[in-house]
Design a protein around this ligand. Sequence first.
Ligand code: PLP
Length: 397
Amino acid sequence: SMELSHRVQSLTPSSTLAISAKAKELRDMGHDVIGLGVGEPDFNTPAYIIQAAKKAMDEGLTKYTASGGIIELKKAIIEKFTNDHQLAYTTNQVIVTTGAKYALYALCQVLLNDGDEVIIPTPYWVSYPEHVKLAGGEPVYVEGLEENDFKITKEQLEQVITNKTKALIINSPSNPTGMMYSKDELQALGEVCIKHNILIISDEIYEKLIYSDDEHISIAQLSNELKEQTVIINGVSKSHAMTGWRIGYAVGPTNIIKAMTNHASHATSNPTSIAQYAALEAYANKRENEKINAEMREVFSARLDAFYELIQSIPGITCEKPKGAFYIFPNVIEAAKLNGFQTVDEWVTALLEEEKVALVPGSGFGAPNNVRLSYATSMELLEEAAKRIKRFVLNNQ
Ligand code: PLP
C-alpha cells in the first residue's frame, strides 16, 4: 500500500483512544461503564445561543465569511479582552478559528521552521506536541513537579532554552491538572521569555472554569512587552458548552495573526458561519453570558469538592486539589503497586475490565504515575465511580 508521510507517521496516537475503544466494546456487550474520560462539559449549549444560530440560518447567513471571522465577532472578542483583562486589541490582531485546536495548529505552522524548539511543560494537553511536530518543530519537555502543583519554575525554563527555542506554551488553568499559575509565577516566566525573545503561547480555554478565589490572570496583561510577545488562545468550547460548534480564537501580534489568517484561508476558508453568529450571541448577550458562566462554575465547583474528597481518601491515591477546569489528576502509582501492577497504564486497563470505570492514563499527558478523571458528569455517577475505584483498590491487595 501507499507509504504515508514521515510527518504523519511520527504522530502519537491519542492516549484516550485505546481506553475509549475498550470502554465502547464493554458497553456494547451490555456492561454499565462509567466514562470519566470526557473532555467536554456535560451541559447543553444554552438556549439563547441555539436561538441565535437558528436566526442566522433563517436570515441566510450561511455563506463563506472572511477567513479570519466575521467582524462583529472579532469586536465582541476584543470587548471581552477589554472587560476581563484590560487588554486592548485591534481587529487585525484577532483571528476566529475552527476550534481553539486549529488556532494552535495554525500558529505552529506559521511560526516554526524545521528543528525549531517549543517548550512544553509536562503534564501537557495531548495535542501540543503533535502540533509542534506536524510543523517540523521539536517539543522540549520541562517537568512541572507534582510538589509544585505541576507547574514549572523560571529556573527550569532557563535550563532548557537554546538558540533554537522559539516558543513556550502555558496552559492555565491546565488540562489535565486543573492547576493555575499565580501572577508572580507568570511574571517570572515572562521575564525569561522577554530576555530570550521567546514567544509565549497562552492557552486560556479554561479561564471561566475556576473554583478557588484565585483570579485568572493572562500573562499578556502583566506588561506591554509581554502583551506584544504573547499569543492568547481561547474559545467558546468549554466556557459555553459549545465543543461541537468549533469556534476558537487567537489574539496577538499583527504579523502572526495575518499569517494565521492566510493559512486558514487555504486550510479551512473560515469557521462555520452559523457557529460564528452563535458565538457572537454567546458573548454579546451579557446577561445570559454571565448566567451561564456562573451556573457552570457552581455546578462544577460542587462536584469538585465532593469528588475530590472521595478520590483522595482512597488508600494509595494522593492528589492536590485542582483550582480550575473539570479534571482531577491524582497520583495512583502506590495504589497500582498495591494492586500488583508495574504501571498505571496496566492498572487503568484492569480497573476498566473489572469495575467498568474508564479513566485516562497520565502517560499520554507526560505524567505516567497519574490518571485524569473528568468530573463533567453527574454527581450520582461520580459517587458510583469513586465507590468502584475504592473497591478495586481494596479488593486487589
Ligand atoms: N486547549 C486545551 C487545553 C483543551 O483542553 C482543548 C480541548 O480539549 C482545546 C485547547 C481545544 O479546544 P477546541 O474544542 O476549541 O478546539
